[in-house]
Design a protein around this ligand. Structure first.
Ligand code: TRP
Length: 342
């Protein structure tokens, strides 16, 4: 039997709306790097979900499928260990979504906190695309189709896992046995990374993100523009550490916690300038980004290799997800010609 059946299964995904950024790195990619050695890990290029709030720009979604795959490879996702696949090319996911929609209510979907928040952010008001309202059901299909036990995601995705498990319990109750496993979220210990403006979480649309493909000058410019303490006017003034984005980032990326504690104390007392801190953070980020940039360039030179890798990953995922769909159909006792043949 293959590795897939013996190792714990991890599934996660990213909407292919644009390049991944530093927030994705601390929120989820870092966990995936750690998990790929002893888990059976699947990474979903979630182009179908991306369409649920970008129906007017399918071209952007298509172009970013391979870009996000390149981001995965750039941070060190090893295609020998992790399977990268394209959501919209896995028809079993769509079929499972249709089945699961009967085990969730519209009002429950409307109460999903992430969906609620996104409706406001997107300005949908009363014109909510049905596909958008139902994307948590599709995400439940993603997670369960792979029989994933562990889902590394950012904090904002916790309601999705909750909703998934409700559907799992509802389906299991219907069929009278555990045809689907429940899943657990794995949230990064660092928590959500604020954008460089310190106002909200890092996101491309807010214009406060550092993309993983950033060039050295772009990184330095972002660090220079970072929000610190607006009342820390002179070097000699006492400064605030809380809410100071540079310190939040140093907490996430500096590997010398002892030195960092001294710096915080010094900053609070006064006498430590923002420039010193920013210089330190810049050096840490440059060191983190350099190998990522290098790997990205190497893979970008081999587009056919990357495409083949995603194609074969998708093929593997298609077989696996189809198997789960067959099990669910059989468990529910839906019509069959006697033998499950494609
Ligand atoms: N909703 C996730 C996001 O916006 C992307 C996603 C799609 C996902 N399918 C998933 C995450 C399955 C975890 C598991 O980032």
């Amino acid at each position: 039997m293959s590795i897939i059946n013996t190792r714990p299964v991890v599934l996660t995904g990213d909407r292919t709306t644009g390049p991944l950024h530093l927030g994705h790195y601390v929120g989820s990619l870092k966990n995936r790097l750690a998990l790929q050695d002893d888990h059976s890990q699947f990474l979903l290029l979630a182009d179908a979900q991306a369409l649920t709030d970008n129906a007017d720009d399918p071209g952007r979604i298509r172009r970013n499928v391979i870009e996000v795959a390149l981001d995965y490879l750039a941070v060190g996702i090893d295609p020998e260990k992790s399977v990268i696949c394209v959501q919209s090319r896995l028809p079993a996911l769509a079929e499972l979504t249709m089945l699961y929609m009967n085990y969730v209510t519209v009002s429950r979907l409307e109460r999903n906190p992430t969906v609620k928040q996104e409706i406001v952010q997107r300005g949908f008001q009363r014109d909510i695309p049905a596909g958008f309202l139902c994307y948590p059901v599709a995400q439940a299909a993603d997670i369960t189709a792979f029989k994933a036990g562990l889902v590394p995601v950012g904090e904002d995705q916790l309601p999705m896992i909750e909703q998934t498990n409700e559907i799992v319990r509802r389906v299991n109750r219907q069929v009278g046995r555990e045809v689907l496993p429940e899943a657990r979220a794995l949230v990064s210990s660092v928590g959500r990374l604020p954008g460089i403006d310190g106002r909200s979480k890092m996101s491309k649309s807010a214009g406060n993100a550092i993309p993983l493909s950033a060039m050295p000058q772009e990184i330095s410019a972002a660090v220079q523009a970072m929000f610190t303490d607006p009342d820390h006017l002179r070097v000699s003034d006492p400064g605030r550490v809380e809410g100071n984005v540079v310190f939040t980032y140093l907490d996430a990326f500096d590997d010398r916690p002892d030195e960092l504690e001294d710096l915080k104390a010094h900053y609070r007392r006064g006498g430590l300038g923002d420039m010193v801190l920013k210089g330190r953070l810049d050096a840490r980020l440059q060191a983190l980004f350099a190998p990522i940039r290098e790997r990205r360039a190497t893979f970008a030179q081999r587009p056919d290799f990357v495409l083949d890798l995603v194609r074969s990953g998708t093929k593997r995922a298609a077989a696996l997800t189809q198997e789960t769909l067959n099990e669910v159909r059989a468990a529910l006792g839906l019509f069959s010609f006697g033998r499950e043949r494609p």
